[in-house]
Ligand binder design. Structure first.
Ligand code: FES
Ligand SMILES: [Fe+2]
Length: 379
């Protein structure tokens, strides 16, 4: 659906800052090269604690971070072959979460039926992805497509980040190109104009025209001389729950977000730049160059964004009933999409809960989470 790109005051959704996620998508939890064989890491995906480990055969596994025996955090245990051993009594679990060994159980006795919830997990683009929702949907749910990742023309820069803010605030920051004002001292973009806006059930796609001047235009290869004004189009696509933002074939960034909880969001983002260096030189200095560009250039932009996001969050917490004014229709569209995704998921979950209830079946971890959200009357 095409929407008018007109800037005018609109009512914003006050409950945005407490809306939950639709867990039926792949979420990033770690950089894959940091998860060595035998290592277990604790991660949190929207308030669900998960222990992710890589076994000695390099396979990844993700189990609920709670031992089915007494609830001790499984990430404190150790990996033995392809099993995870709980630190407390040494019960051993396979990658599906089944208990396969209890060290003090007499051999002739049958193992109890104890199973930790397991999650679909995979690695791609040097990111470990976990699917916290309905397992049956995992296989048919695609990861973001990142064609630049293996392409020799692009320099990849991995960007980790952590915001003390609700994921909707972080996502609005990305959609909101009008905040170039914030980055003036870094010679960011200026004179933004919203050109067009499209929205459907899963995505919001926006184009802005922006201008650049100064050293950054030279660095990005936008102009020969830094003193010229260069006008370009930025295309931003929010494909729930992740982003892609491109600047006319010059740069491309994938903002891959992990909503941790009501006031915390992590990012595992991939920035790609076209750098005007011969390929053989680029190949040799890629890691060092990526680090330098990240530390001395883009981190400065991101630090300013984090300050704004966290300031918004603090003010919200101090007074959740305060009203705000928004004039960018792209932000309104984004809010509508985030709320819509959550509501769709809640609706499906309610149906599933009722269905299971009638059949007397046990709920999955997701629907258990939903039933507690329903009873606490979150939006
Ligand atoms: S609590 Fe994990 S083995 Fe006892
Ligand atoms: Fe920014």
């Amino acid at each position: 659906m095409e929407l008018a790109p007109t800037l005018k005051s609109q009512t914003i959704q006050n409950r945005m800052r407490e809306v939950g996620i639709n867990p039926n998508y792949w979420y990033p939890v770690a950089w894959a090269d940091e998860l060595q064989p035998g290592k277990i890491i604790p991660v949190v995906i929207w308030q669900q604690a998960v222990a992710v480990y890589r076994d000695q055969n390099l396979q990844l596994h993700a189990l609920e971070d709670a031992c089915p025996h007494k609830g001790v955090a499984l990430h404190e245990g150790k990996v033995q072959d392809d099993h995870l051993v709980c630190r407390y009594h040494g019960w051993k679990f396979n990658g599906d979460g089944h208990c396969v060994h209890i060290p003090y159980l007499p051999k002739e006795q049958k193992l109890p039926c104890a199973q930790a919830v397991s999650y679909p997990v995979q690695e791609k683009y040097n990111i470990v992805w976990v699917f916290p929702g309905d397992k049956e949907l995992a296989e048919d749910t695609p990861l973001p497509d990142v064609p630049e990742y293996d392409h020799p023309d692009w320099l990849a820069i991995l960007i980790p980040d952590n915001f003390q803010g609700h994921f909707s605030i972080c996502n609005e920051n990305t959609m909101d190109v009008f905040h170039g004002f914030l980055h003036q001292n870094l010679q960011g973009w200026f004179d933004p104009v919203l050109l067009n806006l499209r929205q459907n059930q899963n995505s919001v796609k926006v184009e802005y025209r922006v201008s650049y001047q100064g050293w950054i235009t030279k660095f990005l290869g936008l102009s020969e001389q830094g003193n010229q004004v260069t006008t370009r189009t930025i295309c931003i696509k929010y494909d729930y729950p992740h982003y892609q933002s491109c600047l006319d074939g010059v740069s491309s960034i994938y903002l891959i977000r992990l909503p941790v909880g009501m006031t915390e969001t992590k990012s595992f983002s991939l920035l790609f730049l076209k750098v005007g260096l011969p390929k053989w030189i680029l190949k040799q200095i890629k890691p060092q160059l990526s680090q330098m560009i990240w530390r001395f250039l883009f981190k400065k932009f991101l630090d300013q964004d984090v300050e704004m996001v966290e300031s918004e969050q603090r003010t919200y917490l101090a007074n959740p009933g305060r009203r705000y004014v928004e004039i960018n229709p792209a932000i309104i569209a984004l809010q509508r999409l985030i709320v819509g995704q959550y509501e769709d998921f809640m609706q499906q979950s309610r149906k599933l809960l009722n269905h299971n209830h009638r059949k007397g079946e046990q709920s999955s971890v997701v629907t258990r989470g939903i039933s507690s959200e329903l009873t606490s009357e979150n939006p």
